[in-house]
Design a protein around this ligand. Sequence first.
Ligand SMILES: [Zn+2]
Length: 291
Amino acid sequence: MLPNWITPPYNHNRDFTGLGTRDREFHIYPFHLVFQEETTAWFSFIMDGEALAPQGENSSIACAISSRSAGTMSFKVPAATLHRHRWYTSLGVDPGQVFTCTQVHSREVLALEPESPHEGPFADGMIIQDPRSYLVVTVADCLPVYLYDTESRGFGLVHSGWKGTGIVIKALQLMEARWHTRPEAVAAVLGPCIGSCCYQVEEARVQGFEQEFGGPDGAYPLGPVVKGSALDLQAANARLLVNAGVRHIALCQDCTFMDERLGSFRREGPSYTAMAALVGVLHPHERKIRF
Ligand SMILES: [Zn+2]
């Protein structure tokens, strides 16, 4: 199923002079999450206005995220193993084909092979080139960034909170090194995260973020990266991606803090719902949703 994505309000030849982009033209495709069976939203990579997972096709690369009602997917919570397996099965995904890493808010990315360990070492991102494998990270306000190289068909997924911002470039570099990925052939999706509407942080963190990723000025792809005392994780990542030559970015517009279908560390506190973000080749006709 496709998300209700909307004609882009921003895109095309925005002026971001001085950012050193290889190609000035880029496209942002905003969308909202549509949940199915209340447990799963899935969405496509989009390139030149076309979803790369056309509805009706039997199998295609796709991105997914679990809802709060699917339960926490945290790898630190024993009961979550059941939630994850139930969710994978509902997507038609064999739990034995799923790769994860032990997330530590780093900028480390693992280049995986089908024979790599399925629960990997400390890292916050993974790439793989295998149509039978799936990558999963958990998020609850942090930003999941999904990447797909339309030429090599390799894909990646990173967990990018304020501390790990920049990890998306590590993933791209690894894709270039391993698969000769060209950034202009990459489709990216910036998934749901806490929006700049709700992400106020302390002054020191604002300053650090501003120094590294850009401040309140400038016509960056998504506008300012810092807004008063709030950070915009998606704007920072969009800027990094566009700067690196990526031209096609789908943008989830749902804020985890405000949308109660979503897990949010800030809203829910210590018993927060970690959502699973997943990427891989999904087979819609094999899905068995039953919660
Ligand atoms: Zn918000």
